[in-house]
Write a protein that binds this ligand. Sequence first.
Ligand SMILES: [Zn+2]
Length: 491
Amino acid sequence: MTTITARGVRHSTMWALVTILFVGLTACMTNPATGERRFSLISMEQEIRMGSEADPQIAASMGIYPDDGLQAYVSGLGTAMAATTEWPELPWTFRVVDDYTVNAFALPGGYVYVTRGILAHFNSEAQLAGVLGHEIAHITARHGATRLTRMQMTQLGVGLAMVLEPRFQRIAPLAGAGMQLLFLSFSRSDEQEADELGVRYMAGMGYDPEALISVMETLRRVSEAGGQGRLPEWLATHPHPENRQDDIRAHAAALGPQEYRPERRDEYLGRIDGIVYGPDPREGYMLGGSFHHPTLRFVLEFPQGWTVINQKQAVISLSGERDASVQLTVSDEASIDAAARNLYDTEGVDGPGLSRTRINGLPAGIGSFSVATEQGPIEGSAAFIEYDGRIYQLIGYSAAGNWDAYRRQVAQSLESFRPLTDRRALAVEPMRLDVTRIASAISLNQHYDAYYRGVRPAVSIEQIALINQLEPDSRLETGMLIKMVRGSLPR
Ligand SMILES: [Zn+2]
């Protein structure tokens, strides 16, 4: 499927993982990282398979951040650390995903992900090492295998009947859009164990565990500031932050006196200079009620007041009551007819078929359909639009009983798809980190005012203070490197 834009693993992935989990044989095994005997549902071979099957789907749905140098840097650090653990032979894989949220997560079997969003909030290599160590620890201590059942299934509470209807996934593959990633919500004891092991791993590489405490503090601040309107997902996947800073200090102290290497602040900031910051508008943004997609060069109106969720593989809107949806995907099929056949040939889907038409000058087919699901009948409209060498599939639906209330709004949305021609919209650029060197001692406030003199600041002084792990009135010494943000989002 052609990418549209980012966040979240497809619902089908979740089911695949759940299925794998319960097919697994029950076995009691010794955990080499902790020496504990643990009741585990699945073998390490199965964990590796789970990870290797989910990894391409994470890559497809979140996107891999397109910077080979940065990928190699993170991967190099992670791989070196993983080699020092109790499971050096796992197929260790470290990826920077193209997601602005502040998050890091691990899959069973050796897969670790950090978002570009969390990288923008670190201020040294030691901080990155601390988070990598923690995520590696969830894998070596095999927390995923025991906790996978506690996945956070939904954040938006999508109440649509077809969400749990596997048959419908084929035509509305992202009906479960609310399900952000396969979040493993770890228990308090898992978090404590990952902190303890992670501290050991980072210290073993020569990094001072104090750096992990700075990260914890930053995550707390991001959470408090509401981080661009969203909580850092890291807190959702890694709950129970209370007392962790004290515990990390205790774990570090338990290692005895250590000689730590420099934290590599300037080197790290050099690595992230210029990375994309915040949502990437090239992959879609809302402006004046319209959804613009500069990369794929289209505009679309969703029904007024509906929530729009922009993912790599679909754009999904949900009614206020969460009982109706309009979803845009790119069909795998090469023609309107083939894409429509895909819909109408799905078991349980009925409809009169497609009427050929044009939508805003583009070749298109429109048709209604109904689906019998275990949760009751669903009615909807579909439009297939040929544009720029792709077949766009727009599907709107609700429970049959509510369809009359939504039919008109959905039709208007489906018929609003049109080419994006506005030059300014097409040329939109994301915001980027800009690492600046302080020429002479100054406060962060003063540096901020000087940097944005004559232009509208991209972000607030509070945001700049947060990503630099400073306060607005912090004193900056000559020669110090400070992260700023250049560019601005469409407004
Ligand atoms: Zn954790």
